[in-house]
Design a protein around this ligand. Structure first.
Ligand SMILES: [Fe+2]
Length: 393
């Protein structure tokens, strides 16, 4: 953090140990340091209630199918050029793979509570109505294009049936103060852990303000946690859905400012740490490439484990995430590597901007086009340059 812009960082001191700053200082919005800018929130046209599905394009559907089945999704329909997958919580599709000449992330769908909201998006945002929805789960749909060029579907009236998550049988955990498991052992099954639901998707953008405003305005997303650069300007927001008094996941969409416009990763919920660990072991046995984990995130608190799909796109398994109601005020924290995780390995280099010619080229192009200022570029560099922990030099 800049020496000019200081804020009181809580310090935790254990007897006999040196003072150690809190891994993640955080402030409620109305108590944030004076230099930290508040996120401006445009009035929402409608409020999305859930992520419906993600759409990927892939040249080889068979390779994608093998990975996704090993990852724990279930194939519900196979057409010549499209695959549809579901999670265990709902028979409706949560993951679409279309055949495409190049591997790319193509879009996402949101569920709305009211079909009248589709008309709002048609009238006030120029959404086009889909006359025939082929994606399993049905319902009515309209389609928009976001500033990154993704197709964004809004859906109402999807068929979920009775919500059901298939869980493995688990015996209670023993602790130092309670041992409810007596004469019984822990043997979680080896194999792909069933994905319960699609959890979140993360984008990087060169137009942080434009993209965050677009999603807040069109779908009423609420900032849960805001990460700011050393000069106090927000550069990453974890967004949750506004469900009023009904708790929503800490984040379902994450938008980070950066040097590229791209999909970063998507995440899928599994049962618990045992499911995470066994599924990690299973994916390794199948030869898939590991990306990061196992660890626990700070913001959202999830236990996490990241994998690359056959095209290098990161897919995250997670468990035990936080949930919040709509009245929970946003928290603000400084952006740095160390704040991303509570324990586990450090963020791997492939998740950070690479110090190479390509990164330089991206930065130079953005500077030339005046989409990025030199001052902001320096701020981003400063935010990511500090080691994750004092002992990681
Ligand atoms: Fe994630």
């Amino acid at each position: 953090m800049s020496s000019l812009k200081t804020a009181s960082v809580p310090v935790r001191v254990n007897p006999g140990q040196e003072a150690f700053p809190a891994i993640l200082p955080e402030w409620p919005e109305n108590q944030r340091p004076a230099f930290v800018q508040q996120v401006w929130r445009p009035a929402a046209l409608v409020k999305a209630d859930a992520l419906a599905f993600l759409i990927f394009e892939r040249p080889d559907l068979d390779r994608s199918e093998r990975f996704l089945l090993d990852f724990g999704l279930q194939l519900i329909r196979r057409e010549a050029d499209v695959l549809y997958f579901r999670a265990s919580a709902s028979p409706a599709c949560c993951y679409v793979v279309r055949r495409g000449s190049q591997a790319r992330f193509a879009g996402l769908g949101f569920e709305l509570r009211e079909s009248a909201d589709l008309d709002v998006l048609t009238m006030h945002a120029g959404a086009s109505r889909e006359s025939k929805l082929e994606i399993p789960g049905g319902g009515q749909a309209v389609r928009l294009i976001d500033p990154l060029g993704h197709e964004v579907w809004a859906l109402a009236g999807r068929e979920h049936g009775k919500p059901q998550v298939e869980l493995e049988a688990r015996l209670p955990a023993n602790t130092p103060t309670a041992t409810p498991r007596v004469n019984a052992t822990v043997r979680p099954p080896f194999g792909p852990s069933k994905v319960a639901k699609l959890g979140h998707v993360v984008f990087q953008t060169t137009d942080f303000t434009g993209l965050t405003n677009w999603y807040m305005r069109h779908f009423g997303l609420l900032p849960t946690d805001v990460l700011y650069l050393p000069d106090g300007s927000p550069n990453l927001i974890f967004f949750r859905f506004d469900r009023g008094d009904e708790p929503a996941d800490h984040h379902s969409v994450v938008i980070a400012g950066g040097l590229a416009d791209r999909y970063e990763h998507s995440a899928y919920e599994v049962q618990d740490l045992d499911a995470l660990g066994q599924s990690s072991q299973y994916l390794r046995s199948k030869g898939w490439k590991h990306a990061w984990g196992i660890g626990r995130h700070s913001l959202g608190s999830q236990l996490f484990d990241y994998w690359f799909d056959p095209y290098g796109a990161e897919h995250e398994h997670y468990a035990d995430g936080d949930v919040f109601t709509a009245d929970y005020a946003p928290r603000y924290s400084p952006m740095n590597q160390g704040g991303v995780w509570m324990w586990g390995d450090d963020v791997p280099p492939h998740m950070l901007p690479k110090p190479n010619l390509t990164t330089l080229w991206h930065a130079a192009r953005l500077l030339w086009r005046r989409k990025l200022s030199l001052a902001r570029l320096k701020q981003m560099g400063a935010a990511l340059s500090e080691p994750a922990r004092p002992w990681m030099k």
